[in-house]
Design a protein around this ligand. Sequence first.
Ligand SMILES: [Zn+2]
Length: 506
Amino acid sequence: MHPVGAYARTSEDKALRANAAVWREIGEQVADQFEDMENVATDLNVTITHRYNDNNTPASNPRIVRRDFEQMLVDLENGTIRGILFYHADRLVRQEYDAARINRLFQLNPGYLGRAVVGGTDLSTQEGRTMLTIQATMGGMEAYNTKRRVARKNKGLAERGHMHGAARPFGWAEDRQTLHDSEAEELRKAILAIPDGLTVGGVRKQWIALGYEPTRNKKVSGTQNLQHSAVESRLVNPRVCGYRTYLPQAERRGGKRPWMPDFVVYKDGRPVMGDWEAVVSPQEWQACVATIEERKKARKEVRAAHTTSVKYLLSGIARCGKCSFPLMSNQYSRGTTSYERYGYRYACLTTLGGCGGVTRVGPPMEDLVEDAFLLEVRRSLGVVAKKEDIDETKHDVRLAEILQEIEEVNERRRAKRISMGTALDVIEDLEGEREELYRHRRQLVATKVRRQSVTPSLPEEWKSYTIPEKKTLLRASIRAVMVHPAGRGKRFDPSLIKVVWIEDKR
Ligand SMILES: [Zn+2]
């Protein structure tokens, strides 16, 4: 058996002292250091027989005696322990004099073990001892060390369920622990209603009606409304079921709201619980998160399906007038009159994340849009000689900027200033915008070409075109077809269908 001592120390911490509620946390921080050292001891096959705890004792003040540190030197001297473990060199010594005393003992006893958990200090080597002296001497290390300690402390606090200095979370009182009288109940109701079909947009409406405001960015934007993403992040925040989260600094940059369910803190495979009152149970929270994730995924699939779907003329073009969700083509049930007469309809489907508020019979809607389109074509034939001011190069400046921005993000990532995940988020957003601009550019070109040459024969040839061909032409002129809700069983009403033209200035 190789008996060693474990030395832990924290200096008095202003941030912690300022917050009486977490004052007791300091001892637990020492506990963290001991825990890490136990792991190292196991790895090195040594046994910690003595613990030295200088909790809340600065090491840089020569007038302050560190009681346990002094005892440890005695124990090393007389062989009670044959080595020491410590979290980092700066926990052990902060003065040249102390470093010299430590180094002397290790020089005299080459078999002693002296290792740090982080920083790589090894006191059994001459290099290690020289490093200890340098670290103790150099005030220049201070900035780096402070940063590292703060990061460790914040992570430690996160694991034990404490916040660090953010605004009061929605749903809790000012103490961040007890529930807010009214907000908590609204939050709970919303989380439970999501799996039953309530959308984030629906929650947002209710909360705006209740007068709830954003907790972030209020100062900046004044009367800014509650954002969709803000509502969503309140609903999916692991905090609501008591789970603690830890968001690394790198993830906080980049502008996009992080998906907090990905940042639950686990210890020994279990989520770490905070010391605040929970709004819902972990199961209820999971059901809400899973529902929202499923809807996001479905929406992505719908988008992909719509852009490639060629079977129905208005898929990807028609949208719900109530919630703007793309309408899906949908067969009527076999045997019904509607099925016999029309075959299919367009519908806003709740199963895919729509509001379910709009369905419209397919063929009459298509006829209407085709008629409107051909009318527009004929009308533009009259003015075609004017060669209207369509400028397909109008996005070129932005396109060049995007290229540059992507390169900048890559540079920041390479310099390790942002994480790969954050970089990909930003890059994907930029690529999305670029795709959108390219598509619009293609539309502009198509519109221009159509007006210049294709147009004269178009109305006559229209009937002979295939659906994909028609669709391509429609897309060149029509941005969307908004279909507004009609009463149940009402006759087809053309005035409820609005064509939104591209470049609607014509
Ligand atoms: Zn809808």
